[in-house]
Structures are given as structure tokens and as C-alpha cells.
Write a protein that binds this ligand. Structure first.
Ligand code: CA
Length: 606
């Protein structure tokens, strides 16, 4: 089994020494707040009645403590004292109070350098945040889970694809750290993320040791793709293995509109040579993010290669850790969430952008660090520029509507019908276009038109003409219209219907669609019809299912299965994004000679 690991180099928890960890190791999170090197000593502040001098310092030492600092602004000493010295100090009439030093440390909010860096010249609280704070954009963190109880995070929801685990808990710490870079809250404590108002989703695809399987990651991608408000998926994980199912899952999720951001990997060498970007970052459908340092150089561990698309801070990245803790970590795992946060900010500035449009904005607005393109891609992701570009992408006035019909083919031409297939290849300035076909006998004036079909976006459509005269040549063309005025016709073709006497009488094929059961498997984003079918006949070859709106001829979705022998049964899943209403499904069984038999059933109220 292929293993997926987080692309993390090391974790350091606040107040503890940096812990160097091998890539893929379990970071673990120290649980105590006391410095480990001090044994049983506690860090305290001791307030005195008067400004302390040698006598007060000696008092601390007499109790087994060490004086760390004597203040002149306030009458107090910072000291490390044994636990049992506290009570003795508090009883001393010269001592006003003894309090924990750590409480002072926890006050106030720190802006991590990496977050500050992606906002360019802006200083906290960033001017860009007046345009966008990521509101309404869902970001899924495919990782070890997120500590949903963390004081500096708000987790909207989540799921787990790893058996017997809970996405609300993060034993490992990796996912909580990644989440904080994206979305730590802008408040008075802890740290702050790039996009503090996004909807944060924990998708636990890695177990508590930080390891996972391809199948758990694919299931996580699938879950994210199925949630309408989730626009960005961060994958600070990877493998050196190219696995087809993972690639196809990424490609399909990207085609459905999800923006996939992943860590490039920590397999780089000091010279930055070679192509060692991991998967899924290496896939075309995924943005591969390399790691930069505070000096705008490539982190020596950061993977290199032509698939590196962007670079972002990945060294000494301060973020959230489970148990209301904070700490720094290194890795392209820490770089990727900076880009995910920038993407969410830009998307919130114009939620109407499609994911590939947003991706181009991220590329176009990246800051060229002057590094090798195999090290930095387009450059360092910049929130300020990306938000500005997204907010002004449409310029104010909507672009004029235009449509273009590029291809048109005729199939199944016979004496009585012609099935026409067209494709609408360009549609701007309008959400929907009316499409139809026009035809006439060759040489005739004027066109006959089919019913209009409404097509959202671009894509293929088809129409079947009937009642044509036999032995006649016809011309036909496709037409489309957006927003009333703009229209296009194109790809004029001719075809001739056969003559009556050329028809060969149909022979019985023995083909039959014996069972066709439709069931509603819809979710809020997709109208889904599950098609269970059983067919019979001699020399079966293929079974196809086609989904149409009831009474319409345009095929919305289709599926096909290869079959053989004399009986077969199976299932198809047909769907339409943001659809609904009454549909019909046609199942066609085809034999090896091309004979076919079809059966149509309706399903309504989806
Ligand atoms: Ca905060």
C-alpha cells in the first residue's frame, strides 16, 4: 500500500527547544508549558513591596531559586524557583505576589513572519483585509484533523476518512498547525492566519502518526468536492508514488471547480537540482507549493522541478498547535497553507471566478523572487496583489455576451431521423445560452428550427430530427444566443437521407433492457440519479445510460459499461450540478453487431 505523509520537516513548540524531526515522523506535541531543561523549576515573577536589591535576590537563592532578571521599571524579579518555594515567598511580608511568567507570554497576538510576508508592503492589520477576509469561502484542510477546541481557531465542520478517528481532535498536531496559517483568528491572542474569516473544514485523512493511505486521501478529496461552499482544498501531504486513482480524483475535483493546493515536498537538495516534486502536487490539476525562507531564498529541503508553481514561507513558521499551544515548524507543509489562504482571500473578493481563473490570478500576481523557475514557479504568492486583481477582474461593466459554436456533427443519419451533436465552445457575459439547430432541404430558402435548449456554460448538446423526407439532401447548422442580442451560427453541414428502398428490414436482435430502476441519490450540490439495469441478448457489447431533463433531448450526463455474454447487470451514476426537477434516463443495450434496444424511465422531483 502506498503511504501518504505530511511534508513537514520539524516542529518547535513555544517555550521548548526546537525538536528536529525526520520528514514523515510523528511530530508529537509536548504537553506541558514549563521549560523542559529546568527540571522542577517554575518560571515566576515575584512582586515586592519595595524595589528589590541584593537582599531580595538572596531570598530567592536561599529558597533554591535562580534570579533571571531584576527589573527597575517595576518592583519585581523574574526567577526560576522550585515549586515548594512559592508558598514560602507568598508568606514573606516583603512579597506582594508570585505569578507565572508564562501568563505574560500568552498575552497579545503575534503576526507570524510568513503571514506578514504574503501581504507585501502592507503591515498588520493589512489593508487588503478591508477588501477581503475570506468570508464565505470554505477551505478544507486534508490532514491529521484540527483541534476544534483551539482558542484561536473556528472550525466550521469536517469529516474523517480514517477509521476510528475524530476530525475534531488532532493528536499529531500537523493539521492544526496548517489550519492556523490559513485561518487563525484575528483577535487578541495567539497568532493570525492569512484569511481569518474563512470557513475552515477539517478533513482527517492522515492518522495520528501523520500517515495515511491513498484511499483515505481520495475519500477526503471526494468529500471536499461534494460540499458547495468548499472552494479550496489544502493538501500538505504527499507521496513519491504516482497513483492513477489519486491523479484522476484530483483531475475530476479540479474539473468540478475545486482549487487544489499541495506541498511540493521536502525532497530537495542544497543545489536545487533534479525533479523531486511529490504527488499529488506534481499533477497538472494541483498547485505545487515550494518553501521559502525569511531571506526570500528557497529552503534547502524544498523540492524542485518544473511542476513547482508557487513558493511561500516554509521555515520557522509560527502557528497553532493542539491544546491552545503555538509553535514553529518547517516544511513545504507550512508553505502550502499560505497559498491556500491567499486563494481564499482572492476568491472572496470575487466568488464568481472559476478555479482556473483564480489560479491564473495567483500566477500573474506572484512576486518574482529571482529564483530558478524550478525552485519558485511563478514566484511568491501575494495576497495583496491577488485580492486586488480578483476584485477588479471584471472591471465594473460586465463583459459583452458572446457565444461561439465550434463543432457540429451528424450521426445516425437515416431516412427518418438525424441525430445532431453540437458543442458550444465560448460563452461570456451570460450564465446561460439558448442553443438550437437549423435545417432545410438543400437549396431551399429560410431555415427550420428545433426547439431551443438552455445550456449553462459551455459543453456538448444534441438534438434528434424526425420526419425528414427520404432520399433528400439537407443542410443544417447549430445556433446559439446569449442575452438576447449576441448570437452565432456555424458549422454548416449537409447530409442526405437514404431512400426508402435502401432500407433493410430490421431483424429481431433479441436485445432487451429487462430491468431499469432509478433512485434519487442527490445532495445539495449535485442532482444524482442511480441507475440499476439488467439486460439480455446475444453477444452483448455495451450498455449506456443517458440523463436528460424530462421532455428535452440534450444529454446532460452519460455513462457506459462494456458487457459480454447473454446477460449483464450493473449500475450507473448520472448527475447534474445545481440541477433539479424531472428527468428521464435512457438505457441502451448494444450487441457486437451494433444492434441496439433502448428503454426510458422517468424520475421526478429531484
Ligand atoms: Ca489570533
Amino acid at each position: 500500500m502506498y503511504r501518504i505523509i505530511p511534508f513537514l520537516v520539524g516542529v518547535c513548540v513555544a517555550l521548548t527547544p526546537l525538536t528536529a524531526l525526520a520528514q514523515g515522523g510523528s511530530p508529537g506535541v509536548p504537553s506541558g508549558g514549563a521549560p523542559g531543561a529546568s527540571g522542577s523549576l517554575e518560571e515566576v515573577l515575584i512582586g515586592f513591596e519595595a524595589f528589590p536589591g541584593a537582599a531580595e535576590e538572596n531570598l530567592v537563592r536561599a529558597l533554591g531559586g535562580e534570579v533571571n532578571q531584576t527589573f527597575w521599571l517595576v518592583p519585581a524579579i523574574a526567577a526560576s524557583i522550585p515549586g515548594d518555594a512559592r508558598e514560602a515567598l507568598e508568606r514573606n511580608p516583603h512579597v506582594r505576589y508570585v505569578e507565572d511568567d508564562a501568563e505574560v507570554f500568552a498575552l497579545g497576538q503575534t503576526v507570524p513572519w510568513g503571514v506578514d510576508r504574503v501581504f507585501g508592503e502592507e503591515a498588520y492589520s493589512f489593508q487588503t483585509w478591508t477588501t477581503s477576509r475570506g468570508t464565505g469561502i470554505g477551505v478544507a484542510v486534508l490532514d491529521t484533523g484540527i483541534d476544534a477546541g483551539h482558542e484561536d481557531l473556528t472550525v466550521t465542520g469536517g469529516t474523517t476518512t480514517v477509521d476510528d478517528t475524530d476530525w475534531r481532535a488532532d493528536v499529531n498536531g500537523h493539521g492544526t498547525h496548517v489550519a492556523g496559517t490559513i485561518a487563525a483568528l484575528d483577535n487578541e491572542l495567539g497568532v493570525v492566519g492569512v484569511a481569518p474569516d474563512v470557513r475552515l473544514y477539517a478533513v482527517k485523512v492522515l492518522d495520528d502518526t501523520g500517515s495515511g493511505s491513498i484511499s483515505s486521501v481520495v475519500a477526503g478529496i471526494q468529500w471536499a468536492a461534494d460540499h458547495e461552499d468548499i472552494r479550496v482544498a489544502n493538501m500538505s501531504l504527499g507521496t513519491s508514488s504516482n497513483v492513477q486513482t489519486l491523479r484522476e480524483a484530483c483531475d475530476q475535483a479540479y474539473a468540478e471547480g475545486l482549487l487544489l493546493v499541495a506541498s511540493a515536498g521536502n525532497s530537495g537538495n542544497p543545489g536545487g537540482r533534479g525533479n523531486n516534486v511529490g504527488y499529488p502536487a506534481r499533477y497538472d490539476s494541483v498547485i505545487a507549493v515550494a518553501a521559502s525562507t525569511q531571506n526570500d531564498t528557497r529552503a534547502s529541503f524544498s523540492s524542485t522541478g518544473p511542476d513547482v508553481e508557487l513558493i511561500a514561507p516554509g521555515v520557522a513558521v509560527l502557528s497553532t498547535l493542539p491544546g491552545d499551544q503555538y509553535g514553529t515548524a518547517n516544511g513545504t507543509s507550512m508553505a502550502s497553507p499560505h497559498v491556500a489562504g491567499v486563494a481564499a482571500l482572492a476568491w472572496a473578493a470575487d466568488p464568481g471566478l472559476w478555479n482556473d481563473e483564480l489560479r491564473l490570478i495567483l500566477q500573474d500576481t506572484a512576486e518574482d523572487l529571482g529564483l530558478d523557475p524550478n525552485h519558485q514557479g511563478y514566484g511568491l504568492a501575494r495576497a495583496d496583489r491577488a485580492v486586488d486583481a480578483a476584485a477588479n477582474a471584471e472591471g465594473g461593466d460586465p463583459a459583452p455576451a458572446s457565444v461561439s459554436v465550434a463543432t457540429l456533427d451528424a450521426t445516425n443519419i437515416d431516412t427518418t431521423s438525424a441525430k445532431l451533436n453540437g458543442e458550444l465552445t465560448e460563452l461570456t457575459g451570460a450564465e446561460d445560452a439558448e442553443v438550437w439547430f437549423e435545417w432545410r432541404a438543400s437549396g431551399a430558402t429560410g431555415w427550420n428550427t428545433t426547439d431551443e435548449m438552455t445550456l449553462s456554460g459551455t459543453g456538448g448538446f444534441s438534438y434528434e430530427l424526425s420526419g425528414l423526407d427520404s432520399g433528400t439532401e439537407y443542410e443544417f447548422r447549430a445556433a446559439a444566443r446569449a442575452d438576447g442580442d449576441a448570437s452565432d451560427t456555424g458549422n454548416n453541414r449537409t447530409f442526405a437521407t437514404g431512400s426508402e428502398d435502401e432500407e433493410t428490414p430490421e431483424e429481431p436482435t433479441g436485445l432487451s433492457v429487462d430491468e431499469l430502476d432509478l433512485s434519487d441519490n442527490s445532495n445539495p450540490r449535485w442532482t444524482r440519479v442511480s441507475v440499476a439495469w439488467a439486460v439480455s441478448g446475444n453477444n452483448l457489447s455495451e450498455v449506456t445510460s443517458e440523463l436528460r431533463k424530462k421532455g428535452d433531448t440534450a444529454v446532460i450526463d452519460s455513462a457506459a459499461s462494456s458487457v459480454s455474454g447473454s446477460t449483464a447487470a450493473g449500475d450507473h451514476d448520472l448527475r447534474e450540478r445545481d440541477g433539479g426537477g424531472a428527468y428521464e434516463v435512457t438505457v441502451t443495450v448494444i450487441d457486437i453487431d451494433g444492434n441496439s434496444e433502448a428503454r426510458t424511465e422517468e424520475i421526478g422531483g429531484l
